[in-house]
Design a protein around this ligand. Structure first.
Ligand SMILES: *Cc1c(COP(=O)(O)O)cnc(C)c1O
Length: 226
């Protein structure tokens, strides 16, 4: 049976609104990136027609393929980015969530210069310290950001994290709090080419806790596409 994406979207929006309210601000905007990595273009088209406007892919190849069929949507790259895929990624995405290492920043800067346009990214933070997770450590964040001053095309517009697998999302609350704390402390500083606008955290299993703690972009796959 076909999935009712309008109902799914409304249900998610209600849960996000309620979580934002519990977090203290019902009217705070929270963007939903529907993560389409596990689904087909046909399902993405249906979701788009039902009002989902932003989609996320973790592989550049998939991003390129789906973007070609639905260029009107806003596409986000959320997975690890290899330097040889940077050109494709920056041409097709509105935001790269997975800036996770210095050489990648340098490479994006180089490609962006060739394209002659600004590229917006989020710095991925490995907040849990798990060895399997990408991202800079919380201790390295400030050094990383203060090194961006020579860049002319790359901008960091916020932070992103992928929380550990956890059946009980309540156990992730302190990690989300740490991310928000980091976000706020950087926002109070003035690093060139850095602006703390987006805090991308929360997935199908934990987005309500993430929003309660201050996420303003959630990346939701299974809860949209099954
Ligand atoms: C797959 C993925 C998601 C979505 O995960 P769900 O649990 O399906 O909501 C979010 N962020 C990243 C980086 C992902 O790879």
């Amino acid at each position: 049976m076909a999935r009712d994406y309008s109902a799914i979207r409304q249900g998610l929006e209600e849960r996000i609104r309620a979580a934002a309210e519990r977090g203290g601000d019902r009217n705070r905007p929270v963007r939903v990136v529907a993560v389409s990595k596990m689904t087909t273009l046909e399902e993405v088209q249906l979701a788009w027609q039902s009002g989902f406007e932003e989609f996320g892919e973790n592989r550049v190849q998939e991003l390129v393929a789906k973007h070609a069929e639905l260029p009107e949507a806003r596409w986000h790259l959320i997975g690890r980015l290899q330097t040889n895929k940077v050109k494709d990624a920056i041409e097709r995405s509105c935001l790269i969530h997975s800036l996770d290492r210095w050489p990648l920043a340098e490479y994006i800067e180089k490609r962006a210069q060739i394209l002659g346009r600004q590229v917006d990214t989020l710095l991925e933070v490995n907040i849990s310290g798990e060895k399997t997770k990408a991202g800079v450590t919380p201790e390295d964040v400030v050094h990383f950001l203060s090194s961006l001053s020579e860049m002319r095309y790359l901008r960091v517009l916020g932070l992103m994290t992928v929380a550990p697998e956890e059946k009980n999302p309540e156990k992730l609350r302190s990690l989300f709090k740490q991310m928000k704390h980091l976000f706020d402390s950087i926002r109070g500083e003035c690093y060139p080419n850095v602006e703390m606008v987006h805090l991308s955290m929360g997935m199908s299993g934990d987005f309500e806790v993430a929003v309660e703690e201050g996420a303003n972009i959630v990346r939701i796959g299974r809860a949209v596409f099954g």
